[in-house]
Design a protein around this ligand. Structure first.
Ligand code: AHM
Ligand code: MG
Length: 406
């Protein structure tokens, strides 16, 4: 495993040698390159005197740390040179940057997560998501998590690691500082169905809703003879708390409270990336009632409650929120974006100017199946719908009409 570097992993994982996959791999590679540079700085913050704050606040009114700024600048510099990256938006920028509006992908990021831990040498990280550029402009950034094609994070800690979700698989790479390259250290990560750790800022107990308080008290002191209490671990850097939860299972909770009525964490560059990662790894990601990936964003910097973790632990949390009526869907797969009908399939095929045979090849079915869809004899199944979504989203949408409009 040690010999597989990030580049060769992406080559084999995104192996349909099409342009979209090659470009996606190159954007991921650029982000990874930026995180290597950030990692070099995080190792010597005390020596380079870069662990203080700047005399300015960001768009959310938070004090900008020197390392926040450095990390953001590194991502901007590297991504601006990648011709497949249409634009970049981040926690540190009021407005997104557009580099090349017709390119295929948009990158969103929290360049340096866990800023309050910089000065005390605790784990910090970079979180990112990659969105398809469907609108050819800034509105491509305001999309639900269902539009994210890939997401990941780096964690600067005892080892510097880079975790990537591509092709719905999650893998961890460790930076070999001598070779200055990331090597595979865990493949096909799966979140255990249940864990023994809960992670929440209990200092906020007095400003929580009663339902959250009851969940917490039950987690610390569960009822029933076979129930076991969980251990508390809370670093205060989302990347670190989420990574432990991804590997060991359990639950991370940052709910809304009296001071943060919409939660504290940001939907586009903190919650959505982790929602894609956890969902792809068989875990769950919800706000107080529904899947994070289903939240339709209204603005780029909006906040959300975030609960991620083992499916069983998140279900238990939701039972406390909804008195047992609602559970997160059992389906571990990412749901398709569009509802495909016979007419919208025909529209898509004709807009792509493909025969039924070639259209079938594009979405992985036979000509006969395409015909049956178009004649409304059978409906596409889950996998088919995802392939149809991809066929639509991967072409320039100025060439074709929205398939939802029959
Ligand atoms: P940041 O992105 O500005 O560093 O803030 C987000 C951080 C998360 O990493 C972490 O989960 C959370 O804020 C901790 O908040 P609190 O200190 O309120 O527990
Ligand atoms: Mg953050």
């Amino acid at each position: 495993m040690r010999n597989i570097n990030l580049e060769s992993y992406l080559k084999s994982e995104l192996k349909d040698n099409n342009e979209e996959n090659d470009e996606l791999a190159s954007v991921i590679k650029s982000i990874a390159d930026a995180t290597k540079l950030i990692a070099m700085d995080t190792r010597v913050t005390g020596l380079k005197q870069i662990r203080g704050s700047l005399d300015k606040t960001n768009v959310q009114g938070e004090q900008v740390q020197i390392l926040d700024q450095i990390s953001n600048d590194k991502l901007v510099d590297i991504l601006a040179k990648n011709s497949s990256c249409a634009g970049y938006a981040s926690e540190e920028l009021k407005d997104p940057k557009i580099f090349n509006s017709s390119a295929r992908f948009m990158v969103v990021a929290d360049p340096l997560d866990g800023s309050s831990n910089i000065s005390v040498n605790m784990p910090i990280g970079t979180i990112f998501g990659i969105i398809r550029n469907t609108d050819y402009g800034k509105s491509s950034f305001i999309k639900s998590g269902r539009y994210y094609i890939s997401a990941g994070y780096s964690l600067y800690g005892p080892s510097d690691i880079f975790v990537i979700c591509a092709n719905n698989k999650v893998a961890e790479f460790t930076l070999d500082p001598q070779k200055n390259d990331y090597f595979l250290s865990r493949s096909e990560i799966k979140v255990p169905n249940k864990g023994s750790i809960y992670s929440v800022n209990e200092g906020n107990f007095s400003i929580w809703d009663n339902k959250i308080k009851k969940w917490l008290l039950n987690t610390k002191n569960p009822s029933g003879t076979s129930a076991k209490n969980k251990k508390l671990r809370y670093v205060g850097s989302l990347v670190a708390d989420a990574h432990r939860t991804l590997i060991n299972g359990g639950i991370f909770v940052y709910p809304s409270d009296k001071n943060n009525q919409n939660g504290k964490l940001r939907l586009m560059y903190e919650a959505n990336p982790f929602a894609l990662i956890f969902t792809s790894a068989g875990g769950s990601a919800v706000d107080l009632e529904k899947e994070i990936l289903d939240i339709e964003p209204e603005n780029f910097h909006q906040r959300t409650p975030l609960i991620i973790g083992s499916k069983s632990d998140v279900n238990n949390f939701l039972e406390h929120m909804t008195t047992g009526k609602k559970k997160v869907k059992e389906n571990t797969e990412i749901t398709p974006i569009f509802k495909w009908t016979s007419n919208s399939i025909t529209n898509l095929r004709k807009s792509l100017n493909l025969s039924r045979t070639n259209f079938g090849k594009k979405v992985g079915v036979s000509r006969a199946t395409v015909l049956r869809w178009e004649k409304d004899i059978v409906l596409p199944n889950y996998i088919n719908k995802k392939a149809l979504d991809n066929a639509f989203l991967s072409v320039k949408n100025d060439l074709i009409d929205n398939p939802m409009e029959d």
